[in-house]
Write a new protein. Structure first.
Lengths: 381, 373, 165
């Protein structure tokens, strides 16, 4: 008696062969180029409209109105862009894992994040018993706010920047560290030992990796000669930093990337939210919109760190044909994809290995790179 | 319901953390009460019994031929091995001989199940250490095995297909070719999956030197299977006390001496290659014939007892069965390998860091179904 | 003699408390009284011809008046099996522990207590029934695998019979 032959062929493999993939990449590239071109045109139109309109003169001079309008634009841009980034992360992760990612909600799953956000909004707001309610409630905002603030100094083009000033780099570094305050508050406030462990680990990690991060940024500053991000990008008008001063910039970028991964709590440094160990680390007890804030903060921070890398090493908004902001966003997305790629490939470090790596390897290495950069800048000048 | 408490430190300054019973990494409902001193484990106590269903007592109330489906739920990742253990015990009680073709089929099924179980280990262990992608690759391969087994038995997890007397039916059409094709493709792709972890410096840093079990400790605790073979104890029931047709087959038993998590991981990876060899040999040598010895409708074995030992993917799975001449057994006892392995945890986890707890627990590859019965 | 000097050592350790001893190439099966258990176990584990260092299984059966315990051991050096039978009366079954001789038997003894009520004198958790239980909840009363166990479900099936049987 035979039992039927369903599913016996060993063809439970992925959907298509090589030709299909090449075709899909080609189609995707064409779509991307068309999209970039359209976005360019859009940016130019917006710029012309903004420059020409009388509203700009009124708002431009009035400091309070100026600040409000710019913050409004930045905040909206960040939140909307994060929606797109979350979709991209899920799609990209799916492709690495031999599956397709979100497909059904919206065209190719683009509305998935919106659907998830709506779901999170209507969830019950749970504050654990005996949790430190004030800390518990304020922690997500403490985590999200610094990220928003740092976007104020990120230059999308020479004119498309929130507020550029002579100490932009310092401001960005100082403010982005405050995210660890939010994480610590979340860890302590949740009355949960997993959260506490996660929060403590995150704090230790962020503070430790700030140092090689700052030093590698200083290497770039030493060569560009200014702490203003706009000036740093302007100095790359002819050639990107990573190409112009390659022997120094490539190690600096490598250190910057590793430290950025640690700052972002991304694998291989994602112990604070190590799913398999601490359930969800410092955001175990959060649900609904409070959890969404942490999630948004993480992705916004991702974009910011990638944007910082592009500003410092990859020429910011410079590029032929397309508008400045479009180039900036495109380059940032490439770096963000690189960060995601690393996340989905590599296992995570243990706490002591991570700290040892920072203090014993990265800090000395970044100091060496900084000295090399200082010497190089003398040579260049 | 007790009133919630503000979390506090223990009297001696440490912190007691509960890992489980609901936890992504305990692979079942295991509760580990871990006393932490910062990141270090001072002591730990495993609490089991959350999945206790009283199977051994239920066995006493049912006729012999109804016992097999219960054993599916013991080690549910390798349920064919559990079916085999109890079927062998029943056959020995009643002196029932199994046709040769049925024995070959049983070996093929058990080795396929071993492959599937080790793939689950590979995927979940990688995920515990942090490399999520390997999980999906492993489950994609496992899906192919499950498709094959579904074509034969109709089920994906609890097969109920190795019964006293043999197997209920022969291979369906195309099954042998499908298995051969899968095995040859799997053996070709295995190095790239293995490479994801074995040559990954971070994975090796997390698993080498972690959770070392000495050979003496492995013996004293009754460790078997990859737990024992990763500590230098060359103990494989398929070689030391062969059952079915294992003595006719040519295969190696991988043994590593380091005793750490990495050694146990390597043992299981090598075992998959050996399982593929076994399956190929069986499909090549399988003789024609019956697949089942007819068992009486009411099976009343003579008074006595029987003991059956099998090598499940986790270790030595044994079934003791005692008959008093009635249609239902007087006593059935299942000795599960994971039970002995879990009892090693208090010793193994002392002085270890919290992140290593997960690595060690994953490398034990326990299944709570067989621990709790 | 199949086991060499090991058999003599066993007889010396147990004396007349060994009720039966059968030895052949594949191993040894002996039945002892509870009082001889520990001395015989030490010999089984340590004697050079025996070396049964691997605790395989501990099983118990309730026959109504008696509880039969048997221990299964294995020798990695000689690839031999040993079976040790011990019989205790089922009203107050009590046996010395072997969990310090073979740490692997620790949890098996706990399970035996949990299901049959057999006391293992000298076990680290002996005397503390709540902590000695392993599979059933700590506040469970009764030992389910005994023949005289009558489950009485009074409301909450999670906590077992609340009155003694």
């Amino acid at each position: 008696m035979t039992a039927g032959s369903a599913g016996l062929s060993p063809s439970a493999r992925g959907p298509s062969g090589g030709a299909g993939i090449a075709g899909r990449i080609a189609a995707g590239s064409v779509v991307a180029l068309i999209g970039l071109a359209l976005a360019s045109v859009g940016c130019n139109l917006v710029a012309r409209f903004v420059e020409g309109s009388p509203l700009t003169e009124v708002v431009g001079d009035h400091p309070l109105l100026n600040a409000l309008v710019k913050s409004f634009i930045v905040a909206n841009f960040v939140t909307l862009h994060v929606l797109f980034l979350i979709w991209w992360e899920r799609k990209f992760a799916g492709w690495i894992q031999a599956r397709l990612g979100p497909k059904h909600v919206g065209w190719n799953g683009l509305a998935q994040t919106v659907a998830d956000a709506v779901k999170l909004l209507v969830k019950e707001d749970i504050i654990p018993a005996k949790a430190d309610a004030r800390l518990f409630v304020i922690a997500p905002f403490l985590a999200f706010m610094p990220t928003l603030l740092t976007f104020m100094v990120l230059p999308f083009s020479a004119t498309w920047v929130g507020y550029d000033f002579g100490l932009a780099v310092l401001f960005a570094l100082a403010v982005s560290t405050n995210v660890s305050l939010g994480i610590l508050a979340a860890g302590w406030g949740a009355n949960n030992k997993y959260s506490l462990l996660g929060g403590a680990r995150a704090c230790a990690q962020v503070l430790a990796y700030e140092i090689p991060l700052a030093i590698s940024i200083l290497a770039v500053v030493a060569i560009s000669g200014s702490l203003s991000l706009v000036d740093i990008v302007e100095s790359q008008a002819r050639l990107w930093n990573i190409a112009a001063h390659a022997p120094v910039m490539i190690p600096a970028f490598a250190i910057f990337l590793i430290c950025a991964l640690a700052e972002l709590n991304r694998t291989p440094f994602d112990l604070p939210e190590a799913e398999s160990e601490l359930v969800s680390g410092f955001h175990t007890e959060y649900s609904g919109m409070r959890f969404a804030f942490f999630y948004l903060a993480e992705f916004a921070n991702n974009f910011f760190m990638a944007g910082l890398a592009v500003t410092l090493f990859f020429g910011g908004w410079h590029g032929p044909l397309l508008a400045g902001p479009v180039w900036f966003t495109a380059k940032t997305l490439v770096i963000v994809t690189l960060i995601m790629w690393i996340r989905w490939t590599v296992p995570r470090f243990r706490v002591d290995q991570m700290m040892g790596f920072c203090w014993k390897v990265l800090v000395p290495l970044s100091l060496v790179v900084f000295c090399a950069a200082a010497l190089w800048s003398v040579r260049v000048q | 319901m007790a009133e919630a408490q503000r979390m506090t430190a223990d009297a001696d300054g440490g912190m007691t953390v509960n890992l489980g019973p609901q936890h992504p990494s305990t692979h079942g409902v295991l509760r580990l009460m871990v006393q932490l001193d910062g990141e270090y484990v001072r002591s730990c106590e495993p609490v089991i019994g959350y999945l206790h269903r009283g199977l051994e007592k239920m066995f006493e109330a049912r006729p012999y031929r109804q016992l097999v489906p219960f054993t599916d739920r013991l080690d549910y990742l390798a349920s064919l091995n559990c079916n085999l253990a109890i079927s062998q015990a029943i056959e020995r009680l009643g002196s029932v001989s199994v046709p040769e073709r049925a024995q070959y089929i049983r070996v093929v099924l058990c080795e396929l199940n071993r492959l599937a179980s080790h793939l689950v280990f590979f995927g979940t262990y990688a995920q515990d250490i942090g490399a999520t992608t390997a999980f999906l690759y492993a489950f994609r391969e496992r899906e192919k095995i499950l498709d094959l087994l579904e074509a034969m038995t109709g089920a994906r997890l609890t097969y109920n297909w190795i019964r006293p007397g043999g197997v209920p039916a022969d291979f369906p059409d195309g099954f042998a070719e499908g298995v051969r094709a899968f095995v040859s493709a799997f053996v070709k792709e295995l190095p790239s999956y293995d490479n994801l972890l074995t040559n990954n410096p971070i994975f090796r840093m997390r698993t080498e030197g972690v959770g070392v079990v000495s050979r003496d400790a492995a013996i004293a605790f009754g460790a078997s299977g990859p737990m024992a073979r990763g500590s230098g104890l060359d103990f494989d029931l398929r070689k030391t006390e062969p059952y079915e047709i294992y003595e006719r087959l040519e295969f190696d038993v991988p043994v590593f001496n380091e005793g750490d998590c990495f050694a146990r991981y390597r043992v299981r990876m090598e075992e998959t290659v050996q399982s593929a060899r076994i399956i190929e040999q069986c499909l090549r040598d399988i003789p024609p014939g019956d697949t089942m010895t007819k068992m009486p409708k009411v099976f009343k074995p003579p008074v006595g007892d029987a003991y059956s030992r099998t090598e499940s993917p986790r270790g030595e799975l044994s079934v003791y069965m005692r008959s008093n001449g009635s249609p239902t057994p007087e006593r059935v006892h299942v000795r599960a390998p994971s039970f002995a392995h879990l009892s090693m945890l208090p010793c193994l986890l002392r002085g270890v860091k919290l992140a290593d707890v997960i690595a060690i627990l994953g490398s034990q590859d326990t299944v709570l179904g067989e621990v709790d019965r | 003699m199949a086991l060499g000097a090991g058999e003599d050592a066993l007889k010396t350790a147990g004396g007349d408390r060994i009720e039966s001893l059968v030895a052949d190439e594949s191993g040894v099966r002996l039945k002892v009284t509870p009082s001889a258990l520990r001395s015989v176990c030490f010999v089984l584990r340590d004697h050079v011809d025996l070396k049964f260092g691997y605790p395989a299984d501990l099983c118990a059966t309730d026959t109504g008046t008696e509880i039969h315990l048997w221990y299964r051991l294995w020798s990695p050096e000689h690839n031999r099996r040993a079976i040790l039978d011990v019989v205790v009366p089922s009203d107050s079954p009590s046996v010395p522990t072997v969990s310090d001789i073979w740490p692997g038997f620790d949890w098996f003894e706990r399970e035996c207590f949990d299901m049959f009520g057999v006391r293992f004198e000298g076990h680290p958790r002996d005397g503390d029934p709540a902590r000695m239980r392993i599979l059933l909840p700590e506040d469970w009363t009764g030992h389910p695998f005994r023949k005289d166990y009558k489950p009485v479900f009074s409301g909450d099936p999670l906590h077992g019979p609340q009155e003694t049987n």
